[in-house]
Design a protein around this ligand. Structure first.
Ligand SMILES: Cc1cc2nc3c(=O)[nH]c(=O)nc-3n(C[C@H](O)[C@H](O)[C@H](O)COP(=O)(O)O)c2cc1C
Length: 205
């Protein structure tokens, strides 16, 4: 018997929850459209739809048009709810404290938290772009719990050292750094390579 090769294309589960920073989710989906050989599986929470309307004046359809496949957050029978459906991992962007809590405490009551639970149990990569400020002890404890279970907590913090020219620039940079976690390269993304100017500044420090 010959074993079949790993299936192509690769799949990435993308969940958008109702935290501020709707544009981060939208930008990640836009970047993924240029990633050849990748399939995206999108889930939006109902709070994410509200936040997208309030922050961007965008509808659910704008996000859904960018994904390969869309799943309802109520559909806990979707493909991504099972570990036997192979994926490279999952990103929750942005990730609300509510969704973080559900994931950290293993409450698989909707498709987002179920798919995240599956990602952790299969030891696949789970990246949580957690957005809240300031953080209370419950938030911090839930981040610790999720980290202990194998998740990567990746708050949307701009790379100030790369000198973003605008919020849009910073958002693209942050979404690109999330994709780095899955070895997906965003062409032209700025990276720190120790320019001469900076090392001179460091010498004078
Ligand atoms: C405009 C707006 C901004 C919000 N920003 C945040 C935020 O940054 N972090 C957060 O945890 N919740 C935020 N919330 C609250 C969440 O949307 C709310 O807790 C919701 O129940 C989260 O549900 P979900 O996890 O299913 O998406 C925001 C809500 C709105 C309407």
């Amino acid at each position: 018997m010959t074993l079949a090769p790993t299936p192509t294309p690769q799949r990435l589960v993308i969940a958008v929850s109702g935290a501020s920073g709707s544009l981060l989710g939208l930008r990640l989906l836009q970047l993924m459209q240029q990633a050849s050989g990748w399939e995206t599986h999108l889930v939006l929470s109902s709070a994410a739809v509200l936040t997208a309307k309030l922050e961007l004046n965008e509808t659910r359809e704008t996000f859904e048009a960018l994904a390969t496949q869309v799943h309802s957050n109520k559909d806990i029978g979707a493909s991504i709810a099972s570990g036997s459906f192979r994926t490279a991992g999952m990103v929750v962007i942005p990730c609300s404290m509510n969704t973080l809590s559900g994931i950290a405490n293993g409450a698989s009551s909707n498709l987002i938290t179920r798919a995240a639970d599956v990602t952790l149990k299969e030891r696949r990569k789970l990246v949580l772009v957690t957005r809240e400020a300031p953080l209370n002890l419950i938030h911090l404890r839930n981040m610790t719990l999720a980290t202990e279970a194998g998740a990567v907590i990746m708050p949307p913090v701009p790379s100030f050292y790369l000198g973003p020219c605008s919020l849009d620039d910073a958002v693209t940079q942050m979404a690109g750094r999330v994709l780095d976690q899955f070895n997906i390269d965003v062409p032209g993304m700025k990276r720190w390579d120790g320019p001469v100017q900076a090392s001179t500044a460091a010498q004078n420090f």
